[in-house]
Design a protein around this ligand. Structure first.
Ligand code: HEC
Ligand code: HEC
Length: 335
C-alpha cells in the first residue's frame, strides 16, 4: 500500500515538473517572439511610447442625438460600434471607449482603449487595448492587442507599457495570438478603419487610404491576412479608398450602405442618412445617393461573393518593404 502511495506521489511530482517546464518553455517562446516582433516593428516603423488612455478622446454614445441619462446593457444607439464586443459584453453601445493618436513625423499610430462593459465615466479600466502602427513611406504595419483575462480583471489603461518596449508578455498578447485574431481580415484595405462610431472622433484617427500597406513579420502568422483589393472600373465607391476582398467588401460595406442592420442600431441609425455611413458625412438625398452609389455597391457585393469575375480585376495592395529587416513574404512590390 505504502509503495503504491509513494509511486503515485512520484508520478504526480513528475507530471507537475513537466507542466511547469512546459509553461516555462511557452513563456520563453512568447518572450522571444514578442521581442523579435518588437524589434522588427521598431526597425521598420519606429518605437511606440508608453501611454495613458486618459489622454485619448472619449467616443460618444448617443440615442436620438442626445447623451442618454443612463446607459444600460444591450441598449441601442445612433452609432453602434461595428466590431462585435462579444457574448459576455454589454453590447455594441458601451460608452467611454477612447481613441489616442500616437503618430509622429514618420509614423502613423493609433491606440484604442475599448470598453465592452459599462463602467464609470472616469474609469480607466478596459476590456481590450489595440494599437496599430504604420510607416506611410513603405506600408509596413504592426498590430498589438491586450485582452482582459476576464471582465472582473480589466486592464489598467492609466499606465500602458509601450508595445515595442516590453519584453514581458504578461500585458500584450504574443504576436502569434494577434495573428490568429485576424485583425487584417477586417482592416483589409488599409490600416485604419472608419465606422460611424469612431467617425465621431475622426480627427484622432490617422488615415492612409491609398498608401502602400503590408504586414511586418509574415513568418509569425501575419502572412495569412488578405492583402488583395478589387479594381472595379468607374466604381464611385473606389474614388477615396480601396476595397479589400474580405470584410470591407462584405459586412462592412453592408453595414455602411444600409443593406444590413448593425447590432445595437436604434431608429436613428436605421434612418437615412445615418443608415448610409458611406461616404462619411455625405449631404445627399436618398435618391441622389442611390443614383451615385447603388450600382457601385452591387458590383462590390458581387465581387465579394465571387471575385474570379473578370470585372473585379483583383490586384495585390502595393507594398514597399525596405529597411534593415526584410522578410520573404513582404515582397509583393507593385510600384
Ligand atoms: C471583425 C472586424 C475587426 C477585427 C477582426 C479587428 N478590427 Fe479593429 N476595428 C474594426 C472596426 C469596425 C473599427 C472601428 C470601430 C468600431 O466601430 O468598432 C476598428 C477600429 C480599430 C482601431 C481604432 C482606430 C481605427 O482604425 O479606427 C484600432 C487601433 C484597431 N481597430 C485595432 C485592431 C487590432 C489590433 C485588431 C486585432 C487584434 C483588430 N483591430 C481587429 C474592425 C475589426
Ligand atoms: C468621398 C470619399 C469616399 C467615398 C466616395 C466612399 N468612401 Fe468609404 N471611406 C471613406 C473614408 C475617408 C474612409 C476611412 C478612411 C480609410 O479608408 O482609411 C472610408 C472607409 C470605408 C470603409 C471601412 C474600411 C476602412 O478602411 O475604413 C468601408 C467598408 C467603405 N468605406 C465602403 C465604402 C463604400 C461601399 C462606398 C460607396 C458607397 C464608399 N465607401 C465610398 C471615404 C469615402
Amino acid at each position: 500500500m505504502k509503495s503504491i502511495l509513494i509511486a503515485i506521489a512520484i508520478l504526480t511530482a513528475l507530471l507537475l515538473a513537466v507542466i511547469v517546464f512546459k509553461d516555462g518553455e511557452k513563456y520563453e517562446h512568447d518572450v522571444n517572439e514578442h521581442r523579435a516582433y518588437a524589434a522588427q516593428c521598431t526597425a521598420q516603423i519606429g518605437p511606440l511610447p508608453d501611454f495613458s488612455c486618459s489622454d485619448g478622446a472619449l467616443v460618444p454614445v448617443t440615442v436620438n442625438g442626445e447623451t442618454p441619462e443612463a446607459y444600460t446593457p444591450n441598449m441601442n444607439c445612433d452609432r453602434p460600434a461595428l466590431l462585435n464586443n462579444g457574448a459576455h459584453s454589454d453590447g455594441q453601445c458601451v460608452p467611454y471607449s477612447r481613441i489616442l493618436d500616437l503618430s509622429t513625423d514618420s509614423m502613423q499610430a493609433v491606440a484604442m482603449c475599448r470598453q465592452k462593459r459599462i463602467r464609470a465615466a472616469d474609469s480607466l479600466q478596459y476590456d481590450e487595448l489595440d494599437v496599430i502602427s504604420h510607416n506611410p513611406a513603405t506600408g509596413a504595419t504592426c498590430w498589438f492587442s491586450a485582452d482582459a483575462k476576464n471582465p472582473d480583471e480589466p486592464l489598467n489603461g492609466q499606465q500602458v507599457p509601450s508595445p515595442t518596449a516590453v519584453y514581458d508578455v504578461t500585458f500584450w498578447n504574443s504576436p502569434s495570438v494577434v495573428a490568429k485574431d485576424g485583425c487584417g481580415n477586417c482592416h483589409d484595405n488599409d490600416p485604419f478603419m472608419y465606422s460611424p462610431f469612431v467617425g465621431q472622433v475622426w480627427q484622432h484617427v490617422p488615415v492612409n487610404p491609398l498608401g502602400a500597406y503590408f504586414h511586418v513579420a509574415p513568418e509569425m502568422g501575419f502572412s495569412t491576412w488578405p492583402t488583395t483589393a478589387m479594381n472595379l472600373r468607374d466604381n464611385t465607391c473606389l474614388g477615396c479608398h480601396r476595397i479589400g476582398v474580405n470584410k470591407t467588401c462584405s459586412s462592412l460595406t453592408e453595414w455602411l450602405t444600409g443593406i444590413k442592420k448593425p447590432e445595437g442600431a436604434d431608429q436613428q441609425a436605421l434612418h437615412f442618412p445615418l443608415s448610409h455611413g458611406m461616404p462619411p458625412n455625405h449631404d445627399l438625398s436618398k435618391r441622389a445617393w442611390n443614383t451615385i452609389y447603388a450600382e457601385s455597391v452591387e458590383q462590390i457585393r458581387s465581387c465579394c461573393e465571387n471575385n474570379s469575375q473578370s470585372m473585379c480585376r483583383l490586384s495585390p495592395i502595393p507594398a514597399h518593404p525596405q529597411g534593415p529587416i526584410t522578410s520573404k513574404a513582404a515582397t509583393t512590390v507593385r510600384p
